[in-house]
Write a protein that binds this ligand. Structure first.
Ligand code: C5P
Length: 398
């Protein structure tokens, strides 16, 4: 975003209070911001706030002779790389759809030759009104990009779609709009499972494994960097989830399956989680105590659902399903058999024998198994494996 200029039109909605944060994010990412405030917008945020944060004067009227002489309104909208309307009120959307030009904001929107991104925000009934739906369809037909609205509690006390997208999401949409070629996965949805699962024995004890979640987190970040919307379904991992992905934290395999089901549909799924094969069926609701006779409790186990096999065969199957195979011997043979058994498209196989330092480490040496055979990748960092995998995924679903 370095060196890019955003013309930011601020409409009159309560969510205008989030715009100062958006300006901070944009400037932090290296963009310059030219703020434009509508008369209604000025009821919710002040020209002073916007101009201090943008480091530039706010434009708020058509009738400023100084402005007209120095720069001109048409210039204002054309020297930008992107025009963003946030919040885009029902009224602004209607005026855009009609091509009205009664004030500075609508004049700029009509005069621009740049892409326009709107972040709608309004009361849920206004959003669902046939007039707004008509206007939205017109705007989309005109090539206007949209981000949001989100659903949730609204300032007016109602609940539903109409909340302006969060500043972080608007920032991502701006990034996508500015650099489509660098973001081949923009508009794509990918589910990534990661980390171990915990299978409870009682409220304080569980069965787990040594997965750190490092490779899964790196893959989620790499997919995000290529523009994908990532649903990151993670068990209790040792490494933090990356920023800018939707984190769905789970503990058990069954919760993980449920979360994947909710996250579908998706264009691709990367199942990097080390899911426990078994769970304890006689898990105790209370902490198990020593019986005083030296008799140890017997844990009765049942097999967990195989999430990879299930998602590969589900009718809502993503176009590309990628599994992992952590093996300690005959890596390629076992992984090839696993690919067929699970019904996934690709398997990334790695040797996790003691001594390789891969489990819990920062490097990985993998073999990619596809229907064309096995492809050895050189040993590299988990981040590099992730970037390479994300690029390959983009070749298929981008
Ligand atoms: O069978 P195994 O656990 O070795 O298979 C590894 C692959 O299957 C990984 O991609 C893992 O995320 C996935 N898996 C799964 N659900 C399970 C077991 C494994 O999704 N219950």
């Amino acid at each position: 975003m370095q060196g890019k200029r955003i013309l930011l039109i601020v409409g009159g909605g309560i969510s205008a209070y989030k715009i100062p944060q958006l300006i901070r994010l944009l400037r932090g990412a290296g963009a310059a911001v030219t703020p434009v405030l509508t008369a209604a917008g000025a009821q919710f945020t002040t020209p002073m706030t916007l101009s201090v944060l943008a480091g530039e004067p706010v434009h708020d009227t058509l009738w400023n002779s100084g402005d007209e002489a120095e720069i001109g309104h048409i210039q204002l909208s054309r020297r930008a790389d992107l025009v963003v309307v946030a919040p885009a009120t029902a009224d602004l959307m209607a005026r855009m759809a009609q091509g009205l030009a009664g004030d500075l904001a609508s004049t700029l929107l009509l005069a621009t030759d740049k892409r326009v991104l709107i972040a709608p925000a309004m009361n849920v009934r206004m959003w669902n009104h046939p007039a707004t739906l008509r206007n939205l369809a017109t705007l989309k037909g005109d090539g206007i990009l949209t981000v949001g609205p989100d659903s949730g509690d609204m300032a007016c006390g109602e609940y539903g779609p109409g909340r302006m997208a969060e500043p972080e999401a608007i920032l991502e949409a701006i990034r996508d709009a500015l650099t489509p070629a660098l973001r081949p996965l923009a508009g794509r949805h990918v589910i990534v499972t990661s980390g171990p699962t915990h299978e409870p024995i009682d409220p304080v004890r569980y069965i787990a494994n040594r997965s750190s979640g490092a490779q899964g987190a790196a893959i989620a970040a790499a997919l995000r960097d290529l523009g994908a919307r990532v649903s990151f379904v993670t068990g209790p991992a040792a490494v933090a989830a990356p920023a800018g992905v939707e984190v769905i934290a789970v503990e058990t395999a069954r919760q993980m399956q449920e979360a994947v089901a909710v996250a579908l549909p998706a264009d691709a799924a990367v199942m990097a989680a080390a899911v426990a094969d078994w769970r304890v069926v006689n898990a105790s609701a209370q902490k198990v105590k020593k019986d005083g006779q030296g008799q140890a409790p017997v844990l009765e186990m049942a097999e967990n659902p195989d999430i990879l096999a299930w998602v590969s065969r589900d009718e809502g199957r993503p176009r590309l399903v990628v599994g992992f195979a952590a093996e300690t011997e005959n890596v390629v043979a076992h992984a090839t058999a696993k690919r067929a058994r699970k019904g996934c498209d690709w398997i990334l196989a790695n040797d996790v024998s003691p001594g390789t330092g891969i489990m819990g480490g920062t490097e990985n040496a993998v073999t990619l198994i596809t229907d064309e055979g096995a492809e050895d990748w050189p040993r590299m960092s988990k981040d590099a494996v992730a970037a390479r995998l994300a690029a390959r995924i983009a070749e298929v679903i981008g």
